[in-house]
Write a protein that binds this ligand. Structure first.
Ligand code: ATP
Ligand code: PRP
Ligand code: MG
Length: 308
């Protein structure tokens, strides 16, 4: 089947074809009930249950395709968007518009130097050799270093294994992504500055008119919210209700229903997964009982969520 002839009328959605963002992106699509089967080696997959085609592209190329309006939607790192946008002429507005922070793919683009070397600040790298996959952001970073002429810094592009550059004597320092820091440590490097912090984002082409954009964004938002929150249900004496409400304010407000037992109420509220243990401790201390924590499969709520 010539898939390209089947793209007409479909929303084109660019997703990472490999790398750290691919699996979490596929999980997210599955959570949104976007069903597809990708043929081996094919970078286009038609979605079975919606007029969408997924286009599998390297994360670094997605901003270009979205920015030029070749695809309507994309998922990539904010670092890649920044690298794309910083190349634009000053007066030009980016064609890439952020729709949602997806919460995964958290990392920092950092300036790194040999742990045992003499360099301790980024300014000391000015005029020296720096290797990176993010040449535009790196150039902008060194150009901005106060009192120095960053343009003198020799910035070279490599596509991966950036950390090897120092060991091989190709670079005095590198600018590369750090998450756990393990790769950096293993390469005998240390971070001395941060260029940008990043997470995966859903982006849309500024000029897209496709109505499915809002539907997909809303589904993704629902899945992300479901992953971040749990539903907490408990019983508490009515006399303690106002304190309990303060502990679990919920989204708009917690649901409160009367119990058949006099003087008791049942409460149900969304709580951030990361604070649920503390919340349960606090509720117990206030006399709440039968505290149940239920995972949320999916959700559709307003954009505004309870405070983190
Ligand atoms: N260690 C990491 N932890 C979290 N997110 C990361 C990490 N490394 C990269 N990312 C994010 O993933 C995006 C894509 O980088 P990644 O290196 O995974 O892709 P790639 O270079 O296309 O694939 P590969 O490195 O497998 O060839 C980055 O722009 C960044 O936003
Ligand atoms: O801080 P850490 O958790 O160790 O992660 C950071 C590493 O992850 C990415 O590399 P990737 O796995 O994409 O390999 P690559 O260098 O070949 O691109 C990034 O370029 C770093 O090398
Ligand atoms: Mg990589």
């Amino acid at each position: 089947m010539d898939l390209v002839n089947h793209l007409e009328g479909r929303l084109l959605f660019a997703v990472p074809k490999k790398g750290r963002l691919q699996q979490p992106t596929l999980d997210l699509l599955s959570g949104c009930d976007i069903q597809f089967r990708r043929e081996t080696r094919l970078d286009i997959a038609l979605v079975k249950n919606l007029p969408i085609a997924l286009i599998f592209l390297p994360a670094a190329d997605i901003p270009t395709f979205v920015g030029e309006g070749r695809v309507d939607l994309g998922i990539t790192g904010r670092d890649q968007i920044a690298e794309h946008d910083v190349r634009l002429p000053e007066a030009e507005i980016s064609g890439v518009e952020e729709v949602l922070d997806l919460g995964f793919g958290m990392c920092k683009l950092q300036v790194q130097v040999p742990e045992k070397g003499s360099i301790t600040t980024a300014s000391e790298l000015v005029g020296k050799n720096v290797v990176t996959s993010f040449t535009a952001l790196t150039e902008a970073f060194f150009s901005k270093l106060e009192g120095t002429d960053g343009a003198n810094t020799k910035i070279k592009y490599v596509g991966g294994s950036v950390e090897a550059a120092c060991a091989l004597g190709v670079a005095d320092g590198i600018v590369d992504l750090v998450e756990s820091g393990e790769t950096m440590k293993a390469a005998g490097l240390k971070a001395i500055d941060t260029v940008i912090e990043s997470t995966a984002v859903l982006v849309k082409s500024r000029n897209t008119k496709n109505k499915l954009v809002d539907l997909i964004a809303s589904r993704i938002r629902g899945v992300i919210t479901a992953q971040k929150y749990v539903l907490c249900q408990y019983n508490v004496p009515r006399a303690k209700l106002s304190t309990a409400k303060r502990i679990t304010p919920g989204k708009r407000a917690p649901s409160v229903t009367a119990l058949e037992v006099y003087g008791w109420v049942a409460v149900s509220a969304m709580v951030l997964k990361k604070s649920i243990a503390n919340v349960m401790d606090e509720l117990t201390a206030e006399g709440a009982t039968d505290i149940l924590v239920l995972s949320i499969e999916n959700s559709r709520t307003d954009e505004e969520m309870p405070p983190e």
